[in-house]
Design a protein around this ligand. Sequence first.
Ligand code: GLN
Length: 547
Amino acid sequence: MRETKFIFITGGVLSSLGKGMAAASLGALLKTRGLSVTIQKLDPYINVDPGTMNPTQHGEVFVTDDGAETDLDLGHYERFLGTPLSQRNNYTTGSIYYSVISKERRGDYLGGTVQVIPHITDEIKLAICGLAENKTDVAIVEIGGTVGDIESQPFLEAIRQLRGDLGRDRCLFIHLTLVPYLAAAGEHKTKPTQHSVKELRSIGIHPDIILCRCETPVSRELKRKIALFCDVDEDAVFSSVDVNNIYKLPLEFYEEGLDQKVAIMLRLPARNAVLTAWKNLVSTLDDLKGPITIGIVGKYVALKEAYKSLHEALIHGGIANEVEVVLKYINSEDVTPNTLEDILSSLDGILVPGGFGERGVEGKILTAKHAREKGIPFFGICLGLQCAVIEFARNVAGIDGADSEEFNPDAAHKVIYLMTEWYDHHKKARVKRDKHSDKGGTMRLGAYPCTLGDGGIAFAAYGCRQISERHRHRYEVNNAYREALEKAGMSFSGLSPDGELVEMIELPGHPWFLGCQFHPEFKSNPMKPHPLFREFIRAAGRYGKRA
Ligand code: GLN
């Protein structure tokens, strides 16, 4: 019986130091040593999940196979580990309180006073220990926020207690801090790290390893100083340097010896790291041709993180074709009949991503029209597919007033509409949706199967007939218009196995025009680029070479 060991990662000094990336990279390295690894994120905010948060505030909502709407760090974890995660890999303060309050309402606490300690902390410990199972060697737990914040205190208290509950040999604390380089003084500064560790120790957590985020590697001498002031082993201070590509980080950590120290401190049954795949990846990254320019025409362009998985999946598509992919984020509200040509003319391929609400939709519809007419490779994802269908219905199938029920509930022709009944793959039953009910919980979420038809670009890309992809949407292609659209030349190249739901569309005769109702970007990773992104970039490359 294997005992799962826990690595807790906290952050100090400031946010955005790359805790998620550090957790993912360490996880990837431990995996190369033959260990089975899982990663969990504990988020201090009160939303029960990020599903209701605006992506321009908090970044994308990452969806897992089981339909959990999770923090975007889970996307990094999946891309670095190459294994699917689930709801148990992400908890928030809100979800912890929700479950404690539900228990209290049921009377589970038998009249006791419900308090942060022990009830909230017990619930957090339960969430963390849920990761321990026979087949998992290491569970990495990333605590969101910065040490010293009010919000993250219960999480820190819970992991402090866990060290006692589980024993010292099963827990390791890694603290990621900033070691800034002061150009005027010509040196790295350790004071913020010292203060942050002091803060951590004041709540009873003594870090075992200190990871220093820095622009250039921290010298041996300085590491010794940090070790002395922060009371950690001299060989337990590591640099986490800025890299020009995130997929270089695991090898950087390896060069520093981070995985070796972790394996020794936790007494892990680890073999030597097998780094061939990561080394091959880095050498491909250093030798990319190109570039190929892809335009992302969406509405959450103010924050790049809002399209994180999409961004990465396009880069992966470039890796598969050994080309550099340059992404241009275009606000769909700027795309009008007058600006269209100017904005889109320099692109080798156009992608219209997912989204919610009416704002900027006409710009996306116009973009789909332009790509269709000019033969520019076009990839429509979720709302992107819906816009392509609306455009085609209006301008090719002659369905005047075609629209989506989402933006125009009184439209004459709702070619995209809200289904009131469908087969829920997760519940294994038909479910009914009340149109007037609360919007939360009425989405088609998570992995659903899809059957591909012969002859199209989808079938050629996947090379198999049955696929499974992740969903996050409410609206669907209206079956009442399928025949008319097909007659006008649109092909429904992917359908749910019962044929009821349109999953993919194509335009035969166009160089590369594909829409999917699901989000393929969630399942791409650098070692295994997603076939649709691979083929889209390939088509964009061909288009880029046009005379
Ligand atoms: N708003 C659309 C729907 O709910 C598309 C959602 C999306 O793009 N993820 O169906």
